[in-house]
Design a protein around this ligand. Sequence first.
Ligand code: NOJ
Ligand code: NOJ
Length: 526
Amino acid sequence: MVLPKSILVPIAALSYCSSFVAAYVFTGHTTDARQFAISKSEPLLYEHDGTTWYKTSTRPVGDLGDWINLEKALAFQYLLDNIAPNGVNTEGCAAGTVIASPSKDHPNYFYQWIRDAGITVQGVIDEYAKSEDLELRDIIDRYADLQGEIQGTFNPSGGFSTGGLGEPKFMVNGAPFAGSWARPQRDGPALRALTLMSFIRVVNQTHPELVTLQWISRLYNPDLAAKSIVKSDLEYVSHHWDAIGFDLWEEIQDSHFFTALVQHKALVQGRDLALSLGDHGAASWYDDQQVALRDFIKTGFWDGRNGRLKAYKHTPHRTGLDCSIMLGSIHGGQNDLYAPWSEEVLASTQLFINQMQNLYPINKKKPPYYPEDERLRGVGIGRYAEDIYDGVRTSEGNPWFLCTSSVSNVFYTAITHFIDEGEFRITRINRPFFNRLHPSGRAGLGRVSSGDPDFRNYLQAMFTYADSFLNVIRYHAKADGRLSEQFDRYDGFQRGAHDLTWSYGSFLMAVDKRQTARGMLFGSEY
Ligand code: NOJ
Ligand code: NOJ
């Protein structure tokens, strides 16, 4: 067996550290030895049945790819503009601060949200993993340092061990925000822990020599009193996951699908990390908690009668279809728990799209340069149907860039997974989604495997469908590539905070997933 490269490199002689590398590399990074009919290097052969699929399942929108290439570079630059100390929009910010947006009034988003920052820095880590650019690693290091300080800052949610980690947003200099707010929001510590655990993995793979005891202790130290960042977050999550709190949209106090899913993933990864660092007591505590939380998720958010997930446990005045289902799956989904390709997530996404399509007038019009068939036409996606936040105050909700990207992300991720598996299944649950892809509107139930021509037909249709949501973003992006938070439900003009960091981050993540899916479907030359 060939050992992953990083394992062979001797690192710090300290016992918990070296056992960490061995164990940690092996938990999530082994390659699956099963042979699939289709491998990543061979694009799927194009076959069609000569009748129904032909017109709609050809290659994706030609020039979308060109626009994506331009937009990718711009979006990453605009994202970095919002991170201190070097970002041009970050005057007065503590180093490592990720501002939500440079907008200082109508609305004032010149703060650091723990959620937005965690998700954004995850994107920076993904870039760092590809480029190994030291400037990016420096950004991540400064983010981590600042988060450590923020964790220790007494704030309106409490102190370090009395709930303060659930505080959702801070001033840009790292001071607590004293005004009234929807607090606590319990997704923040989980997202931060996931981001920093991903940093540990990436550094361990790219520069194992850096993974010294001192380096890792700042992030994870088995000694609670050391207040290391990831361990503190895992303690918070493991002790508070069953308490209600505000949702990611900062509006509703309840138990939330998004929050629970990212918490669960943090506990699973936290367990593995603790184990590999010899922190056995913690590992078994995190494991017990993830088992209980998993059960809570499985029993709490599936609405079997309507065949879809719901974003909140006890919020009857909303349908429960919500972009946070897609976001929860993207950031917290796991192989056997509501991953983007799961039947529940695909069904819920499709039902949510249907709702959004009818809700916003702008979604009824077919914009120019949309060659897609009507049934595969993407639309602007908002947070949830009942939303009345217009980006500045409350009137009527609008579609959001980050929500529109998240639909594409789910579909691209599912395409890659289905090709990896060499099959997918059309079930009673996910049929609303596959119906949308099928030219007749009626998908047959059962297994579709890679030898079957329909396998490719479905996946190509899925790719076109995913692309057409990015086409919506393209249509509403500014000429210089800038993205705000929302675009108007009537006229499509950008609304809400300009240059929303998260809009850029979610676009970049979707495009990353697209690249992988595209390579597998069409080959790398495409
Ligand atoms: C600001 C929050 O950030 C947003 O999510 C919410 O919808 C509005 N306030 C309205 O309550
Ligand atoms: C409002 C959004 O609802 C919330 O999710 C986000 O954290 C803040 N704006 C800052 O971007």
